[in-house]
Ligand binder design. Structure first.
Ligand code: GSH
Length: 309
């Protein structure tokens, strides 16, 4: 089964780094499809029906969107440490805090001019303008922080995380959990932010040691695959993952609906509802190239709407 994992991602994506590190922790073998960092992304949208965020996971003609859901799918399917252990029920909650509060403080801190120069100094003005033109509407719903405000947040957050490690355990909540990977992806992005970011993290030596421990998992082993091949795999796949249906007021199996994130990057995917549970909603849709694909979204953090709304 591990042979069948296809990750659609790009190198600089922090949320993709979270999944790559989980694949490393699980010693997985996977196929790597490099996708564009900016829209248009025709081969991504052929599989998702609209969702454009990074990363997505493909197995045959099933596509999973959002790293929180992808992490659960990998946890269920791959051997290695259990990252959502029953005895640490708040691990996904800490992960979600990191994916939102910590992440956006990092993004706004490394968006200050000295960091931008370090990160994007090698790009032309046109390339930098293209990134800004793509990402400004993408994150328009997220409050923008000044670098000073973001830095103040980060100092408080990093101090708390470091204090959490004071008891001497290797990982944030004792055993390794999904929270370690969500915090690690944020720190990974921050530490690549140039001199202001290096200066900010430098005092947190115990936290940096923990970060090195998580980064040491590596990425497992992967082989590159062109996106056209991944689409052909979807088109040729026989059948889909089994889904279940837990009734929710106002929706019925077989109903045409749209699903979209509620936080940012809210491009909807449209299809027919084929699965619904406490943790996922699944659409079936047919694409001219990919055939009939089932697209899985987390239930939390996404909304279901009548198709075309
Ligand atoms: N909640 C989502 C967030 C994903 C996200 O924001 N990814 C960024 C890249 S790190 C993104 O989609 N950027 C725009 C893009 O890749 O088109 C997840 O956990 O997967």
């Amino acid at each position: 089964m591990a042979q069948d994992l296809i990750l659609h991602h790009f190198d600089l994506s922090p949320f993709a780094e979270k999944i790559r590190l989980i694949l490393g922790c699980k010693a997985a073998h996977w196929r790597s499809v490099k996708i564009p960092m900016l829209m248009p992304k025709p081969d991504v949208v052929a599989l998702t029906g609209g969702y454009r965020r990074t990363p997505t996971l493909q197995i045959g003609a099933d596509i999973w969107c959002d790293s929180a859901l992808i992490a659960r799918v990998l946890d269920q399917r791959l051997a290695g440490p259990v990252l959502h252990p029953d005895e640490v029920p708040l691990a996904p909650v800490l992960a979600q805090w990191a994916d939102w509060s910590l992440f956006w403080s990092v993004i706004d801190f490394v968006s200050q001019p000295a960091c931008i120069e370090y990160r994007f100094g090698h790009l032309s003005q046109e390339e930098r303008a293209a990134i800004a033109a793509d990402r400004t509407p993408f994150r328009a719903s997220v409050p923008r922080l000044t670098a000073a405000d973001a830095g103040a947040n980060l100092n408080q957050y990093l101090a708390s995380l470091q204090a959490q490690l004071a008891a001497g355990q290797d990982f944030l909540l004792g055993p390794i959990t999904i929270a370690d990977f969500s915090v690690a992806q944020c720190l990974w992005h921050l530490r690549r932010g140039g001199p202001p970011a290096q200066a900010l993290v430098a005092p947190y030596t115990r936290l940096l040691q923990w970060h090195e421990r998580v980064l040491a998992f590596g990425h497992g082993s992967s082989e590159e695959m062109p996106s056209a091949d991944a689409i052909a795999i979807a088109a040729q796949a026989q059948g889909h993952e089994p889904t279940s249906f837990f009734a929710e007021v106002g929706v019925a199996l077989g109903q045409p609906i749209a699903v979209a994130a509620t936080d940012y990057g809210m491009e909807p995917s449209e299809g027919v509802l084929v699965g619904l549970g406490p943790s996922e909603v699944v659409l079936s849709r047919t694409d001219a190239r990919a055939g009939t694909v089932h697209v899985h979204f987390p239930r939390a953090g996404f909304r279901m709407m009548p198709s075309g709304a």
